[in-house]
Structures are given as C-alpha cells and as structure tokens.
Design a protein. Structure first.
Length: 310
C-alpha cells in the first residue's frame, strides 16, 4: 500500500479523541500503546483514554455506524497492510457492561477479523450513546469516502434518535447548517436513485439537480440517463432546464377563464376558415400567447401569405 494510502488510515482519530477528552476534561497527549500485560485493565470501567489490547470477541458493532456498506476489496487491501505494517491507528471503543461498543474503526476491526486476530489495539473512552453516535459520524466524515446518502442517514439518525437540530449537528460535525439541510434533502429522492448515489453511478452534484425535477417518472429517467451516459453535471443542468421549459409550454394556464378559452376556440375556427389552414391559439399566460399557423406544402404557405397580404 502506498504512503498516501497509509496516511489515510491514520486521519480523523485526533478530532475524535480531542472531542471526547474535552467533554471529560482529560489530556490524552503522550500516551502510547500499552503492552499485553495491561490487558486486565480493560475490566476497569473508569479507564478513560487509555490504549489497551482488547479481545476482539468482546467488541460489538456501533448501532449508529453511518457507513451502511463496506467494500470488501478495501478490507482485504487493509488486511494486507496490517499484516505487513501492523495496525497504524487503534480503534476507539466505549465500555458497555462486560464488553465494548465500537465507536471508530469499523474497517480496521473487520480487517483484523479477516486476519483472524484474537486481540486488537483500542482506545477506551467514556462516551454517552449520543456522543458515540456523533463521534462515529465525525470519524467517517473525516475520511471523506462516506457516500452522501449514508452521510444524510447519519444526520437523520442524530435528529430522530437524539433530537439534535440541524444547527446542533452542524456545530458538532464542523459543517455549515445549510450543508446539513442540503444533505438531508437527498433523502427525498426515490430509493432507486439513492442506490445509484451509493454505488457511485450518480454524483452528489447530479443528485442536487434531480431534486429540482418534480415529476417522479422524469426524475428517474434522468437518473438512469446520467448513470448510463456519464453526462456531466453541467450537461444534466441544461437538459433539466430544457425539460422544464417543455413542461411549461405543455401545461395550460389554469388562470385563464373557461369563457376566454371558448372565445379562443372561436377565433381559431374563424382564422382557420379565412386562411384555409390549420390555426392554433396557445395561451402562455392571461396576457400573452402565440398563434400557430400550419401548412403542408410551399403552395399552401404562399396561399396563407397572400391572404395575410404579406
């Protein structure tokens, strides 16, 4: 694995540890991974911020893990890195009864399980259920590869389970409130489109544009076209704008009274009779519209122009 890849494994935990220690007034600096001899210390529920080697079978998943799917190829790649280089960054857990609940390091834990390790270096911190959920989300956000749907579901979970406002979530994860609101809006998209986003077939930029398409069938068609053709966000924006314009032209203005519509029909018949051609009056608004005169041959066009004295 490249040095760049290795550095990615070690990013993000610092923010989690500092956030947890700020909450409990602890200083976590200058602590190293303790030896196996300290394993018995895992029984002490008062341990906070200590590095220990924990039996893997005592660690249970975080129920608020925002990452819904894990790439198995990445797990195997990470396993090989750990096999040859060791675990660069320990996982983070909190004590639950006689066991531990994972806060950060799902892929590291899965990789060590893949290698059939019995123990894993871990940092044990005190964290409430709410803090655990927030820290897990932050840890994944800092790794920058959490797909936008799983991110939105994580934010929704913080709102539904813990009653956090968008402003509170924004403060905790270090994002603007508008960013949280825009993220949550993605959950309004159809499940099929959300799956395309999760699978990387549609970008977040495309998804935001699809939110502006009100018609469900058209929205799904656009999504499939994006996935199949790989059109850019800009191309998608232009096509959606064209479709909206067409929809507007096809939609009759409901503010036009029925009596005025009947009057327009009469004018159509009179013009058609006078010009001996098909005539359509289209209302675009109560104050504007257009006249469409159809012809089939050049001679019909000349006849119409002659009657109009053109």
């Amino acid at each position: 694995m490249s040095n760049a890849a290795k550095s990615r494994l070690g990013r993000g935990l610092g923010a989690i540890i500092s956030a947890a220690n700020k909450e409990h007034g602890k200083d976590a600096e200058n602590e190293g991974v303790k030896s196996t001899a300290t394993l018995e210390a895992h029984k002490d529920s008062k341990v906070d911020g200590h590095f220990l080697e924990l039996p893997i079978h005592l660690i249970v998943p975080n129920p608020y893990q925002p990452r819904r799917s894990i790439n198995q190829e990445q797990i195997i790649e990470l396993s090989e890195s750990i096999r040859h280089q060791g675990l660069i960054q320990p996982i983070v857990v909190r004590q639950i009864g006689e066991g531990y609940e994972l806060i950060a390091g799902e892929r590291r834990l899965q990789a060590c399980k893949h290698l059939q390790f019995k123990k894993i270096p871990a940092r044990v911190i005190h964290a409430t259920e709410e803090s655990s959920a927030v820290l897990s989300l932050i840890e994944n956000l800092q790794r920058e590869d959490l797909n936008s749907i799983d991110e939105a579901l994580g934010f929704k979970q913080l709102t539904n389970k813990f009653g956090l406002t968008q402003e509170e979530i924004a403060t905790r994860v270090g994002k603007a409130r508008a960013s949280i609101a825009n993220s949550l809006r993605l959950l309004q998209l159809d499940e099929a489109i959300q799956e395309m986003i999760k699978n990387g077939h549609i970008s977040t930029g495309h998804a935001k544009l699809l939110l502006s398409v009100e018609n469900k069938e058209q929205r799904l068609l656009f999504a499939k076209k994006i996935a199949e053709t790989g059109m850019s966000v800009r191309e998608c924006e232009l096509q959606i704008a064209r479709q909206k314009n067409l929809n507007h032209q096809r939609t009759p203005d409901t503010t036009i009274s029925s009596s005025f519509r009947q009057e327009m029909k009469n004018w159509e018949r009179k013009l058609a009779a006078k010009l001996e051609a098909k005539v359509s009056l289209k209302s675009l608004s109560p104050d504007s519209g257009k006249i469409v005169i159809s012809y089939q041959t050049p001679s019909e066009l000349k006849s119409i122009l002659s009657k109009l004295e053109v």
